[in-house]
Design a protein around this ligand. Structure first.
Ligand code: EPU
Length: 429
């Protein structure tokens, strides 16, 4: 664990040798809710195309602490989760504080044990800004479950069990949608939810549950109805490709102006992102399950606004920001999801980029070149954004605290090296 925390990357740039293919892993943000959903099942859940990133290990530890048996088969990219025993109903603070997705256990535990008292530690804020769960809890209330905060833990229970009702999310929330969908699976009646997230990862969860016996139907673009079923016995599912990892590697091609192919990804997950790359001037070739990026013609600055799917993903924003630092002219990014998502900006500026951040807006004036610097990463996607800067910058850059990146990028170093990035790592003591 300490070794991971102290790991540091060294990257030599500018990199003119980038070229090749990257095979994209399963989506972390699908895998975590699917693992949480395993609590709904009486017997065994099998997940395929699992990305064995740090967060997946943390979620495993969390499930094990609740009484599940979790087996990994890394070569087969597979895991099985077996629920023989009754679950413990306490999700402790140390699990939720290191990984926000721990809150997803609220929904599945509540569905399975509606009349018991579920205790889930409140995670609080995180590096990206405030991350509330008020809409998750309001959603549970619409099913008949009340909550009370006690010593940092939310206690959730319903006196008479969960019954159908109605809830409309005030704004789109990804984890909130997944949580309420899981909570509603066994409701006594029909539950209607409006304004849900239609992120591919949420649809992956819905498909998995429906294929395993749940009854969830879309009745509008962002509206669903869930008829309660009695039980779920066992399930098997192949996790979709990771659109954020995919875009990250496309940006390696973009910032080096070289050819990179990403494989094992549904291009429909990245329509906004590939449109943005095309508008900047890159060549984009889309096939059934792959995307190629090539240098294209003259690059032009651009205005981008993040938003819930199908808009440009907030998780992909730090990477495009790095790319825009070398596109001549003035670009602008409006971040609409999180209050503090430009943490890569000061690090990129130390490499000679010109990014000015005002509230939720970043203005980027593209430079002819960047110069190497020693940088510190502060969250998962920031790590990749700084890596991109270091790949383009002249000289040797170091990046510390890369454990943030390892939470969500599988085989990060070897995938980068395979396409020609001159990267080495050291465990600093
Ligand atoms: N929000 C509330 N109240 C709520 C729920 C959300 O105010 O009850 C606010 C949040 O504070 C935030 C906004 O709504 O400002 C959207 O948050 P959302 O709930 O959609 O985010 P999340 O579900 O906690 C997931 C991903 C994030 C990704 C966001 C946005 C997982 C495990 N996490 O988080 O992924 O940035 O959706 O797309 O799926 C990452 O992978 O790097 C990552 C941070």
């Amino acid at each position: 664990q300490n070794k991971l925390i102290m790991k540091r990357f060294t990257i030599k740039g500018p990199n003119n040798a980038v070229r090749g293919e990257v095979s994209i892993s399963g989506a972390k943000n699908s895998c975590l809710p699917l693992m949480a959903a395993s609590v709904l099942f009486k017997n065994k859940v099998t997940l395929q195309n699992v990305p064995f990133v740090k967060d997946v290990y943390t979620m495993r530890d969390l499930l094990v602490s609740l009484g599940a048996k979790v087996e990994f088969s890394i070569e087969k990219k597979m895991m099985t989760i077996t629920n023989k025993k009754k679950h413990s109903l306490v999700v402790s603070y140390d699990k939720v504080s290191t990984m926000r997705a721990g809150v997803l256990l609220m929904g599945s535990l509540l569905a399975r044990y509606p009349m018991k008292k579920i205790k889930v530690a409140l995670g609080g804020g995180c590096a990206l800004g405030v991350r509330d769960t008020n809409w998750h809890l309001a959603g549970f209330k619409s099913l008949g479950a009340n909550n009370r905060l006690d010593q940092g833990y939310v206690n959730i229970s319903s006196e008479k069990g969960l019954k159908g009702g109605k809830y409309k999310f005030p704004k789109v929330t990804v984890t909130g949608s997944s949580n309420l969908i899981m909570a509603s699976v066994f409701n006594k009646g029909t539950h209607y939810i409006k304004n849900i997230s239609i992120e591919p990862e949420v649809l992956d969860l819905i498909n998995f549950l429906n294929n395993s016996g749940a009854d969830i139907k879309f009745i509008g673009k962002r509206s669903i109805k869930i008829n309660g079923v009695k039980q779920l016995i066992s399930g098997k599912h192949t996790i979709i490709g990771d659109r954020i990892e995919a875009f990250s590697y496309l940006c390696v091609g973009a910032i080096t102006k070289k050819k990179v192919k990403i494989k094992n990804i549904n291009p429909n997950f990245l329509k906004s992102e590939t449109t943005v790359l095309k508008r900047i001037g890159y060549g984009i070739d889309i096939k059934y399950n792959s995307i190629d990026i090539s240098p294209g013609n003259k690059l032009r600055p651009i205005k981008i606004k993040t938003g819930p799917f199908p808009n440009f993903a907030t998780d992909n924003m730090p990477m495009i920001m790095a790319v825009l630092t070398i596109v001549q002219g003035k670009s602008q990014i409006d971040e609409t999801i999180f209050s503090n998502r430009f943490m890569a900006a000061p690090e990129l500026n130390r490499m000679g980029a010109n990014i000015t951040v005002k509230k939720n807006k970043a203005i980027i004036i593209g430079q002819k070149k960047l110069n190497a610097a020693d940088c510190i990463s502060s969250d998962l996607r920031t790590t990749f954004s700084i890596i991109l800067g270091a790949i383009a910058a002249k000289g040797v850059s170091t990046i510390s605290r890369v454990y943030h990146g390892l939470r969500g990028y599988y085989n990060l170093e070897s995938k980068l090296r395979k396409i020609g990035v001159r990267i080495t790592s050291k465990d600093k003591w």
